[in-house]
Design a protein around this ligand. Sequence first.
Ligand code: FUL
Length: 488
Amino acid sequence: MLNRRTFLAATPVAFARGASTPTPYGAVPSARQLRWHALETTAFLHFTVNTFTNKEWGYGDEDPNLFNPTAFDADAIVSALAEAGMRGAILTCKHHDGFCLWPTKTTEHCVQKSSWRAGKGDVVREISQAARRRSLAFGVYLSPWDRNNAAYGRPEYIEIYRRQLRELLTEYGPIFEVWHDGANGGDGFYGGAREKRTIDKNTYYDWPRTWDLVRTLQPGAVIFSDVGPDVRWVGNERGIAGDPCWGAYDPVGTDGGPASPGNVREKESPAGHRHGTKWLPAECDVSIRPGWFWHENENARVKTPAQLIDLYYKSAGRSANLLLNVPPNREGLLQREDVASLKAFGEYRRATFAKNLLAGAKAAASQVRGRDRAYGPANLIDGRNDTYWATDDGVQSADATFDLARPATFSVIRVREEIRLGQRVDGIAVERWNAGAWEAVASAPSVGPRRLIQLERPVTAQRLRLRVTQASASPALAEFAVFAEAAF
Ligand code: FUL
């Protein structure tokens, strides 16, 4: 029989109950941002008349008939993305050339005027439905710049833009992300005017009213732009986040005044602001090829699996989301070379992250909040992101130690903060017990929703320690995991 005395004697720390939840520190994510963080890697699909004209930016005078994929297969496209571990897909429903991939009522410059599927086709519908079938979230890119529309530059175009958005946000089911590009290049067809039109980036689009429309029609969707309001552009198109890449950010315009899409001090975007007032996490958009659209002559320049893996560590591994563009070709399929890279990338991730080698280890910590087991270090290795190890308020350095039954060999480390309580940690170190002393394995200047560390060579240890070396508020960490990297 286990009475109270023997139970206490057998337990190294007497746990108490009912310690209070730590007070959130600084900016914190909204519910829609939390869902977005969990997606981690999503795909971009750049597809329009450019695919057929071999351009990156269509002028806006393209014949809709040019859009004629010969074997378009949304399920094949989405399946290849799913195999790569993508949890969402964002389609360029309208790029700068103004051609709409759905039968919009706002303009004739759309799929209805194409002989593709006798004018009855709807790329948005097919991709959104295929995404749903494979459990991928679906998002829309709608270029604010429209080089086809005669009204572009005048107030009435903003009404057209909002009507297009309304169609996309009401007719295609749940939308997880609405992507507003900051590019506004000037010249275009504009209904035949063939001229240069410049707009005031701060005032022309009246963004707050458009964002209100998104909130009303799709309250669960995050809104992306150079300035958010939910997700920020990372400031480059190479797919690389700052290190550290803070969740908080207060965008400032290029002249130091108010910021807007296309007018932001992008040098500050990769890192964000450590003590910024808004939770505005970074998204790394990057193409698997040199261009955003498919070009025959780039088939030999598709990023290799090793390059994709490297990008993954430099984006998602630093707490950003990776938005990887994989453009359909003229058949309306993903190119063979792209599919091969995606497949190997997916296999690497599935094999590498299959099992936290620390699962089942004996956990101890220098400090546990209120000595309450609910905040104990075992939460770091329980495979859940909603439980966490926390210390008492005012504690700014602490450590958690893990003892394994057998030595484990690993080459990747993953640490997560409980970001519902804000970003609290400013430094971590991982150490292994080796020949009677703690020895440094790795360190990082931030954690956030996800910190991945790829070691130069595998490390073997039976005893590991995670140290919080610096923090702005008492730490609250959700995960500590180590993995053996798969070969690829
Ligand atoms: C840029 C655009 O100009 C490119 O064509 C592409 O769509 C990229 C994702 O955003 O601003």
